[in-house]
Design a protein around this ligand. Structure first.
Ligand code: AMP
Length: 420
């Protein structure tokens, strides 16, 4: 292992590609911020019990993929594998649900950790932007979240994504279906681990990716046929609102998702250019989660979109994000005196809100101009001894190549004018 290698299953974000990650986070959060969602930040780790109770003891995330640790003080902690349980915990702790303003709408952005088998698009450390709407049961809220995610992806220029939609029923109808499904599954030819899963979380067997398992599931009872009237009506309303908003979706009755807490609406955003790790985001309604972690009844809905996979999806589609150059003006001093003077101009520009950079390290003109080019700056300021003696700097327009002498005292104002 090389000394400089990031841990297995992780990678660093470095310039220039790192700019895409910032742009993706910004694009996903912008529609949320414009829709009444407030920013929330929670710790990178929680008591392990929160995830065991919240995410579910039968899920791969909790049984196999959680990074757990015991502190010197004896606390059992886990690096957060997902955001929802933490956000709900924090909202309950701060009593946000008691402020008389439901739903509590929150968005977040951060790092998540899962001990997975690394492959393309699947990492042990990854980044999500998420949204949660806590405390209200209203199909328009489910629809809102799906529409905002669709809007975010579209604003980035993504087109080859699809929305898969399903309803998992509620505490009335799901248990009936669960039992019917278990009876069906017990008769199939399945391995030991899958047999255990039938008893703990039978819906997840439907999610099995193996062809020999899928073949046996063709005649499995369908949840859709077991939804109670209330769940059916709720789901139809979500579908109607999405259709009215012009957001296309596909009904996918096999969509159960890997977390235990979902009820009713579940959805996933998949991208067809990503191979096996095709889910770029997902979410759903989790009406029972608050009670599972010891809180009051708070029906809620949310989603998390993966930043890493969204960047991969953009690259797969060949979308070039319109990332403006970060530097507008690049200053190239020739000589000691010019260094002092131009450094002063750069400081003045920055204070005036103009992005400026400087050729540090006393390089020659050629090397410095190369850096100026690479910076993407629209203008370069060059000054040598003779310029200073005349009280001017050379202002070069990097697009047209035109160069003119500008009085030193007016350089900052002139640049401000030209850059609008
Ligand atoms: P989940 O909580 O599993 O539904 O994840 C939501 C989104 O986070 C997924 O659609 C992915 O985009 C992203 N994600 C989840 N796990 C990983 C991972 N191991 N590596 C990269 N992205 C991930």
């Amino acid at each position: 292992m090389s000394t400089f290698q990031a841990p297995k299953g992780t990678y660093d974000l470095t310039p220039p590609r790192s700019a895409m990650f910032l742009a993706v986070r910004e694009a996903i959060s912008a529609p949320l911020r414009d829709s009444g969602y407030g920013y929330i930040e929670t710790p990178g780790f929680e008591n392990v019990e929160l995830f065991a109770r919240g995410v579910g003891e039968s899920t791969d995330i909790v049984t196999k993929e959680m990074y757990t640790l015991t502190t010197k003080g004896g606390d059992q902690l886990a690096l957060r594998p997902e955001g929802t349980a933490s956000v709900l915990r924090a909202a309950l702790e701060a009593n946000l649900h008691k402020a008389g303003n439901l739903p509590v709408k929150l968005w977040y952005s951060g790092s998540y950790y899962r001990y997975e088998r690394p492959q393309a698009g699947r990492y042990r450390h990854f980044s999500q932007v998420g949204a949660e709407a806590i405390g209200t049961e209203d199909p328009a809220l489910d629809a809102e979240l799906i529409i905002l995610a669709d809007q975010a992806y579209r604003s980035l220029g993504l087109r080859q994504f699809r929305i898969l939609l399903n309803s998992l029923g509620d505490k009335e109808c799901r248990p009936v279906y669960r039992e019917t499904l278990q009876t069906f599954l017990r008769d199939l030819d399945l391995d030991e681990e899958t047999r255990r899963r039938i008893e703990i979380n039978p819906l997840r067997v439907l999610d099995d990716k193996r062809a020999d398992v899928q073949k046996q599931l063709t005649d499995a009872p369908k949840l859709r046929d077991y939804l109670c009237d209330a769940c059916q009506a709720y789901h139809e309303e979500v579908r109607a609102l999405l259709t009215a908003a012009g957001v296309a979706f596909e009904d996918d009755e096999k969509l159960v998702r890997g977390l235990d807490y979902y009820t009713r609406t579940t959805f996933e955003f998949v991208h067809d250019g990503l191979g096996s790790q095709s889910a770029v985001g997902g979410g759903g309604r989790y009406d029972g989660l608050s009670e599972m972690i010891g809180g009051p009844e708070l029906p809620s809905v949310g989603w998390a979109l993966g930043v890493d996979r969204t960047v991969l999806a953009l690259e797969a589609e060949g979308v070039e994000l319109d990332l403006p150059a970060t530097t507008s003006v690049y200053a190239v001093p020739l000589g000691e005196e010019a260094r002092r003077v131009l450094f002063g101009v750069v400081t003045e520009l920055r204070r005036a809100g103009i992005a400026a950079d400087f050729a540090f390290g006393g390089r020659g003109l050629k090397g410095a101009m190369k850096s100026a080019n690479r910076s993407g700056a629209r203008y370069t300021l060059v000054a040598g001894e003779r310029d200073l003696a005349e009280g001017v700097v050379q202002l070069k327009d990097m697009e047209s190549g035109e160069q003119s002498a500008v009085p030193l005292a007016e350089a900052a104002a002139e640049l401000a004018k030209r850059l609008g």
